[in-house]
Design a protein around this ligand. Structure first.
Ligand SMILES: O=C(O)c1cc(=O)[nH]c(=O)n1[C@@H]1O[C@H](COP(=O)(O)O)[C@@H](O)[C@H]1O
Length: 273
């Protein structure tokens, strides 16, 4: 079985590193001329996925915008996951779950177990109930060749106080998460299966990622103001292992599939070294 890091490295080598988000914001539904209901969500999410998924290595549906419509929204999310996987795209389901270990195991079963209706290639998780609480999730993901992306230093302005706080181990809280993830990835090649979130909006030099040997999801590119130059400054010109994530800045070009694809290729061009 190939592990998530192997599949990710192979596919980003072919399709580039951009991670495109499917975030059906109510305002985007308005802009696309769609109703703010489950039928509008369905048209939006399936149109975006059909247009974008074949062009990118990683598609990141944001679960919250689907959950907002209840069972009908979750049914659409299941179709998005299936459609993207048919296009050979890795699905990073953005759920940012985090709970005590035994409950976290139930979340892991929902998204990372073979045969689960919402099984994805990887999910986002929050380590802020303690990194150890994620252990069952990391184990299940690894056993199934799937990945987990752990929040470390997020892109939002409110995050710095907590995540840059210096912990009892005398590193920042975020660096402690990076170090714990690095330990899990040791020895995996060409890239580990556990990643971190590091926002493209943060300052240079906050984190040492040199031992990570895993993917870095870097949201904040596009709508939150970070540019391709910011990404290259933060992570190096080659953006090795980095998945710059952009949602609104691409989706605002819909509903025309050709315009969505053009926005994706513009971003991919500017991210090239
Ligand atoms: O885990 C994430 O994807 C994430 C982490 C983070 O630090 N910041 C962040 O914006 N995100 C997500 O990335 C997406 C960003 O969307 P845009 O700002 O529209 O590109 C949203 O789905 C956010 O929930």
């Amino acid at each position: 079985m190939t592990h998530f890091g192997q599949r990710l490295a192979a596919l980003t080598g072919q399709r580039g590193q951009l991670c495109a988000g499917v975030d059906p914001h109510p305002g985007l539904l308005d802009a696309w001329g769609l109703p703010r209901d489950a039928s509008g969500l369905e048209r939006f999410a399936l149109t975006a996925t059909e247009a974008i998924a074949p062009e990118v290595a990683v598609l990141k549906p944001q679960s919250a915008f689907f959950e907002a419509y209840g069972a009908a929204g979750i049914a659409v999310l299941e179709r998005v996951v299936a459609l993207a996987r048919q296009a050979g795209t890795l699905v990073l389901l953005d759920v940012k779950r985090g709970d005590i270990g035994s409950t976290m195991a139930a979340y892991a079963a929902a998204y990372l177990a073979d045969g689960a209706p919402l099984a994805a290639d990887a999910i986002t998780v929050s380590p802020y109930l303690g990194f150890g609480s994620l252990e069952p999730t990391l184990e299940l993901a690894r056993a199934g060749g799937r990945g987990v992306i752990v929040l470390a230093r997020t892109s939002n302005p409110e995050a710095a106080g907590l995540q840059n706080a210096v912990s009892a181990e005398r590193t920042s809280v975020a660096q402690g998460i990076v170090d714990a993830v690095s330990a899990r990835n040791a020895g995996l090649s060409p890239l580990g299966d556990t990643g971190v979130v590091v926002g493209a909006t943060i300052g240079s030099g906050e984190l040492d990622l040199s031992a990570l040997n895993g993917p870095v999801l870097a949201p904040g590119y596009g709508a939150q103001g970070a540019t391709a130059d910011d990404l290259k400054r933060l992570f190096g010109a080659g953006l090795s292992g980095v998945l710059p994530a952009s949602s609104r800045d691409i989706l605002k070009h819909g509903p025309d599939p050709a315009a969505l694809r053009a926005a994706v290729s513009r971003a991919q061009r500017e991210l090239r070294p």
